[in-house]
Ligand binder design. Structure first.
Ligand SMILES: [Fe+2]
Length: 265
């Protein structure tokens, strides 16, 4: 059985009326939700992969809650470096017990989602899996036998953007080694960079998806982690398959283009 999953990361909700580089994060997010409901109504689940809000404030989580009120999909909320547990718990108390990590099963495939938020990070934005979360991951990796997809806010290895690589998952190599050694994981998917990037590590695909809001400009190498560009927002559509899962990307807010027929194509 193939299940379709929707992946949206780095929503960065602000207080109503507050923009990021001239963009309204809530409006951009709503357009992605509407697009997904219109074009992928058969999706089994929606994962919001962290950086739900821009500053981790309770009013921002309330605004997120309002955005989600009418959407039709079961939702899993993950946390990123811009999130804060205390305010999240005030608005989503039913989700606040322990770390925001867990497992869903879709057909033959397990999907693990990680909680990589480290509120004590000296640089404020890098992630870390503490001993407790590493122990949970090890147990989960050993508990099943079938195909596995792992969702993480932070990237574990390199992106090629030096500023972002300075704030990746600090023990990412250890985590990626653990995942690869399990022999089960088909793909690790993360946000955080705000750009589509695909890499491979020890036989496991590591893919990164863009944000519904602002994106990372294509400036490789040295540079700040706070560079942003107002390119179209987007989200991922993951088609699970026991042998070969597929990750598609959807751009929203592209200029209207008619779909043309070309007999030679
Ligand atoms: Fe992030």
């Amino acid at each position: 059985m193939t299940a379709k999953l929707l992946l949206m990361s780095d929503i960065h909700i602000t207080e109503p009326g507050t923009q990021i580089i001239g963009l309204d994060p809530s409006a951009r997010f709503r357009r992605c939700l509407d697009h997904a409901a219109q074009h992928h109504a058969d999706a089994a689940h929606l994962f919001l992969m962290g950086d739900l809000t821009h500053h981790g404030g309770a009013a921002q989580y309330e605004a997120l809650k309002q955005c989600l009120a009418d959407q039709p999909f079961p939702v899993t909320l993950m946390l990123g470096n811009h999130d804060r547990r205390k305010a999240f718990a005030e608005v989503f108390p039913e989700l606040a017990a322990g770390f925001r990590q867990g497992r869903h099963r879709f057909g033959d495939t397990d999907v693990l989602y990680l909680d990589t938020l480290d509120e004590q990070a000296r640089d404020r934005h890098s992630g870390h899996l503490c001993i407790e979360r590493l122990g949970w991951l090890k147990t989960e990796l050993e508990a099943g036998k079938g195909p596995l997809i792992i969702l993480s806010h932070h990237h574990m290895l390199r992106s090629g953007f030096d500023g972002m690589d300075a704030i990746h998952l600090r023990n990412g190599t250890e985590v990626a080694d653990l995942i690869a050694a399990s022999g089960r994981c088909q793909m690790v998917i993360n946000g955080h960079i705000h750009r589509i990037i695909v890499s491979s590590y020890r036989g496991v695909t590591h893919a990164m998806i863009k944000s519904p809001c602002h994106q990372m400009p294509m400036v490789l190498g040295a540079g700040a982690s706070s560079l942003s560009v107002a390119e179209p927002g987007g989200y991922g559509v993951l088609l699970l398959d026991p042998i070969s899962p597929l990750l598609h990307h959807v751009d929203v807010d592209l200029p209207e283009c008619p779909v043309a027929f070309d007999a030679e194509s």
